[in-house]
Design a protein around this ligand. Structure first.
Ligand code: PMP
Length: 403
């Protein structure tokens, strides 16, 4: 079978990344890995979930837990999320929430809903690789969104028109972004709303790491800032994508979109067409565990991850040679390194796996145009202190030897 003859044009944009091949080596026991970008499984509230599953599947509750359910999602969970959103400045109701199978599914639906081939999506440089992957299937082009530089709306519009479409939305990972760990400043969030209002485009606010702040002051979500200007979520253009993956457990695949009912209704149709609804039992147990201990659990995560971040930053300061710089995230799971100009993150990884047995994610894939090869992402979420010390010693040594 010549599969190429039967593929849709969109599939040509769905490529396995070359780094995935290298990262397959990570299973080997002697590798010190900063590549993962996943929560530490030792911190999952496993016992609480076991009890919640047992409760949900006992007696006459079991029928509903194992049955089909509504596409919008389990109502008590949507109500709980709406109450949490109100606490961060987004007054809304369950009717403004759609439960998705992780926030990754929300990114896919938003691409499906808004992008026609050759339309433009505004993204950060770098940006979350999984967002590029989700949007790529709908054949967009990308333009660089950098709220600090204040590019005029007409400039974005002209470039989009030249590419054969129009700008549809701006995508931003707002708090402790993947991959940089950086947070979008309040003034930049306001500037994005100004730009979106002027261009009449949507804003996709990816808040996957929102609850993992270790220090500094919380900044209101873009959706909250927009509601403060316009009075009601129903008049807003921002779609907030939340997730329980980093705060409770990613394996359950429970995320949500919070937005105006008009667009939530359209996304419900996407959900119906794609998978009818997210797993009923998983939504029920997520509600049970979140309602009982969300704040306490997240407080525990924060203290553990914060100590790992501090340890990594101290090790970088000690071990990295002149010419290497890195971000100082206020939360999340990532530190982003910029290597001396001319050094390549992917080549460094290949060398590092061979001689130093230290793994990380090279930065190039996070750039929509494949630029900035002299970067890499380090994740501190799963690394213990001894591994951080030894890993940074080896990585610093390797970079120094290549300078
Ligand atoms: N957005 C960002 C910025 C992420 O880093 C991730 C996961 N790594 C996701 C969305 C998707 O997460 P999930 O589908 O598990 O909610």
């Amino acid at each position: 079978m010549q599969w190429n003859n039967v593929l849709a044009t969109r599939s040509s944009r769905m490529k396995a990344s070359e780094i995935r091949e290298l990262l397959k080596l990570l299973d080997q026991p002697d590798i010190i890995s900063f590549a993962g970008g996943i929560p530490d499984p030792a911190l999952f509230p496993a016992e609480a979930f076991r009890d919640a599953f047992s409760q949900a599947l006992t007696g006459d509750k079991a029928g509903a837990a194992l049955q089909y359910s509504v596409s919008e999602g389990y109502k008590p969970l949507r109500e709980w999320i709406a109450a949490e959103m109100a606490k961060i400045g987004v007054p809304c109701g369950a009717e403004n929430i759609l439960i998705t199978s992780g926030s990754q599914q929300a990114l896919d639906y938003l691409g499906k809903l808004m992008i026609s081939p050759n339309d433009t999506v505004l993204v950060g440089w770098p940006t979350y690789l999984g967002a590029l992957g989700a949007f790529n299937a709908y054949e967009p082009t990308y333009d660089r969104l950098d709220p600090a530089t204040n590019r005029p709306a007409a400039d974005f519009a002209a470039k989009a028109e030249a590419a054969g479409g129009r700008v549809k939305f701006a995508y931003l990972s707002v708090d402790f972004a993947n991959p940089t760990g950086e947070t979008v400043a309040r003034s930049a969030r306001e500037a994005v709303i100004d730009l979106a209002d002027e261009m009449d485009i949507a804003i996709v606010e990816d808040a996957a790491y929102q609850s993992l702040r270790y220090d500094g002051e919380a900044i209101p979500p873009i959706l909250a800032l927009e509601i403060a200007r316009k009075g009601s979520i129903e008049d807003c253009r921002t779609l907030y994508c939340g997730s329980f993956s980093k705060s409770l457990a990613p394996g359950l695949r429970v995320g949500w979109v919070c937005a105006a009912q008009d667009v939530i209704g359209r996304l419900v149709l996407m959900k119906q067409a794609a998978d009818l609804h997210s797993a009923t039992t998983n939504q029920i147990v997520t509600h049970t565990v979140a309602a009982a201990q969300f704040d306490a659990h997240v407080a525990k995560l924060r203290s553990v991850y914060m100590a790992r971040r501090d340890h990594l930053l101290a090790a970088l300061a000690r071990e990295m040679p002149e010419g290497v710089s890195w971000t100082h995230p206020e939360g999340g799971m990532f530190v982003w390194l910029t290597l001396p100009a001319g050094m390549d993150g992917a080549e460094l990884l290949a060398q590092s796996l061979k001689t130093e047995r230290v793994a990380f994610v090279p930065g190039r894939a996070f750039f929509a145009d494949g630029s900035n090869g002299n970067t890499l992402r380090l994740s501190f979420s799963c690394a213990d202190e001894a591994a951080i010390d030894e890993g940074m010693k080896r990585l610093g040594r390797l970079i120094r030897s290549l300078q």
